[in-house]
Design a protein around this ligand. Structure first.
Ligand code: SAM
Length: 470
């Protein structure tokens, strides 16, 4: 280890920064966040530092550096573009036994400034020991995605309850196990999801009757998005990497499953149209049983759990059984396919509304309000509509939409196999059979489809679409 990592208390302490440019400003911002009183030594200040001085945020000594300037400082930072001045500052501070950092000159430093993840009171510092600040920054970005912004609230929540827990559970080993259970169980998860009241209720319950070894289970209904793993939310990814069990659907793509915790149990309850691999009631009961056994369950669903995802039914059962749960939204197929298929669903020149419709209607179309759908200036997105495309086309035309209305089929949207085919409303059934369209496919009907054809070949494809194009 080349350095000793420590966290320095700078509240009210004096910090001297030599240099008045943008680099100095960046360091000064961090010093001020840590509560330091900052004096800047520089003949001139950049606009940002001048504004800070005006606002009373720094003291400014408008001249060149003098070795006596370091007197009384807890730390000194040199951030000038002049190597001779930087060296001078380093020598003066070192002679006075004051820690000094010279930006981008590890050899002149007695301390280095790490990249930080600030979830105060939780702080994570990353350093490459000066070997590669860019590597440290990239690592920080990775950690940022793992340590969600609510970790600070979680730490405050725990801090406020420490005395109470100490009184309630006097034995240190039992107390440690209690805290581990809380931090790895639903209380922490509910807090991270912003459901503070429920977390408080559950915490009180746990404290009133602490259980021996087992943790309370939790079911997270997680939207996995339409296929491209890059479209997962940060929370989805974290939960997938912490889960004990993953219960997943047919629509969840293998590259997404590959991101789940390696040793998590995986249960495939996949359904395809008309063929229910596991009946919905059995899935509901499975979730209850797993959580009751203390497991952290991730119920992974394609798209968003609440958009034609039967998430509501699963939650009904969890509520009845008293199982804690949370829902993590995902990007629904309509939004993913629209973005990757160049179909701006509500372009203001073409559509003022957009309706998501479950397309697995009866052959006679009697279950759908076609008159409400067959409106001008409206985009229609049919989920599960491929099998019923003849009915959809026939009924929309019968209720007033012109047969020439543009229509698109997006097959396996956002994945490397994505296909977008455009046609007219009257020709849709033909295209489906001629092109052997298979699920999952979205049917999008409305004038906005013209933009796909107009933009064809001229848009900047997303990374995944580029991959799809080979
Ligand atoms: C049971 S629904 C689930 C919808 C999902 N909960 C969502 O929010 O996207 C399944 C239908 O969603 C559509 N779908 C899902 N993923 C798709 C994709 N990657 N490309 C095209 N359509 C998709 C298809 O119409 C498919 O039949």
């Amino acid at each position: 280890m080349n350095h000793l990592p420590i966290f320095l208390n700078m509240h009210g302490a004096h910090a001297v920064v030599v240099g008045g440019g943008e680099v100095a400003l960046r360091k000064i911002r961090i010093l001020r966040e840590a509560g330091a009183q900052v004096t800047v030594i520089a003949p001139e200040l950049c606009a940002g530092l001048s504004a800070l001085k005006e606002a009373g945020g720094i003291a400014h000594v408008a001249r060149s550096f003098d070795p006596l300037d370091v007197a009384g400082a807890r730390i000194v930072i040199a951030a000038t573009s002049n190597g001779r001045v930087n060296k001078h500052v380093s020598e003066a501070a070192t002679a006075a036994h004051i820690p000094v950092n010279v930006v981008d000159h590890p050899a002149l430093c007695t301390f280095i400034m790490p990249s930080i993840i600030d979830r105060s009171p939780v702080l994570v510092a990353v350093s490459s020991g000066g070997a590669s600040p860019v590597l440290a920054r990239l690592l920080r970005v990775r950690l940022e995605t793992m340590i969600g912004s609510a970790y600070g609230q979680l730490a405050h929540f725990m801090a406020r309850r420490r005395t109470q827990v100490r009184q309630h559970i006097p034995r240190p080993d039992a107390r440690r196990r209690f805290w581990e259970r809380i931090l790895q169980g639903p209380v922490a998860e509910l807090l991270l999801g912003g459901r503070t009241e429920e977390a408080e209720g559950l915490f009180a319950q746990e404290l009133a009757s602490p259980r021996a070894d087992d943790t309370l289970g939790l079911v997270s209904l997680v939207g996995a998005g339409p296929g491209d793993p890059d479209l997962l939310t940060l929370r989805a990814l974290r939960l997938m990497q912490e889960a004990d069990v993953i219960v997943y659907d047919r629509l969840v793509a293998p590259p997404i499953l590959a991101l789940c915790r390696k040793d998590a149990e995986r249960i495939d309850v996949g359904k395809s149209a008309g063929r229910h691999a596991v009946p919905q009631e059995n899935i509901n009961q499975l979730l209850v049983d797993l959580a009751a056994a203390g497991k952290r369950v991730v119920r992974l669903k394609g798209g968003d759990p609440f958009v034609f995802g039967r998430g509501g039914e699963e939650i009904d059962t969890l509520v009845e059984a008293g199982i804690p749960f949370q829902v993590v939204p995902g990007i629904t197929a309509a939004l993913g396919c629209a973005a990757y298929g160049d179909l701006p669903l509500t372009h203001r020149e073409y559509a003022q509304s957009c309706v998501f419709v479950a397309g697995h209607c009866q052959n006679d179309g009697s279950s759908v309000n076609w008159a409400a759908l067959a409106q001008p200036h409206q985009t229609l997105v049919f989920y599960m509509g491929v099998a019923a495309v003849a009915t959809i086309s026939r009924e929309l035309i019968r209720h007033g939409l012109p047969p020439t209305t543009p229509a698109a089929l997006v097959e396996r949207g956002t994945t490397p196999q994505q296909r977008v085919l455009t046609s007219t409303l009257s020709d849709l059934p033909d295209v489906v059979s001629r092109q052997s369209i298979t699920p999952p496919t979205l049917v999008i009907i409305g004038e906005v489809v013209r933009l796909h054809d107009r933009w064809a070949g001229r848009t900047h494809a997303s990374a995944s679409a580029l991959r799809a194009a080979g």
